[in-house]
Write a new protein. Structure first.
Length: 136
């Protein structure tokens, strides 16, 4: 395996992600921001944060697969969420948990950042996910 995840002693414990990923490989895979849209651009789960998180992660899984990678190869995930407030964490995590087994995303996740933003590229887009992986 090219990625080893850990949360060393002294770092915040019991988070939904590991704090450190160590990658040993030579091919880097970068999946651009994925959103809840079908291939033809049709929006999925309008107004539903959990649903959009799940759909964006499915799209991320497709991008990884296209490069020959899986979530086991992911070093880092970045989530951008519109109008973020801490009260939304349960809904956000419900979206992650609802699709994790289906797409092979183990929990806790690889190192991740959740960044609150005012808006994304279209008003109906509530979340965008980026992934960085390493292979070989």
């Amino acid at each position: 395996m090219t990625v080893r995840l850990m949360t060393p002693d002294g770092m915040l414990q019991h988070t939904p992600y590991a704090h450190v990923a160590v990658g040993t490989g030579t091919r880097h895979v970068h999946v651009s921001g994925q959103i809840a849209r079908q291939a033809d651009g049709t929006p999925l789960a309008p107004g539903d944060l959990a649903g959009q998180v799940a759909h964006a992660l499915r799209s991320t899984a497709r991008g990884l697969a296209g490069a020959g990678a899986t979530f086991d190869d992911v070093l880092r995930l970045t989530f951008y969420v519109t109008a973020w407030t801490p009260e939304k964490i349960d809904v956000f995590m419900a979206g992650v948990e609802s699709v994790a087994e289906e797409i092979g995303l183990r929990l806790p996740m690889p190192p991740a950042s959740l960044i609150g933003v005012d808006v994304l590229f279209a008003p109906d887009v509530l979340v965008e996910v980026e992934a960085t992986a390493i292979l070989d």
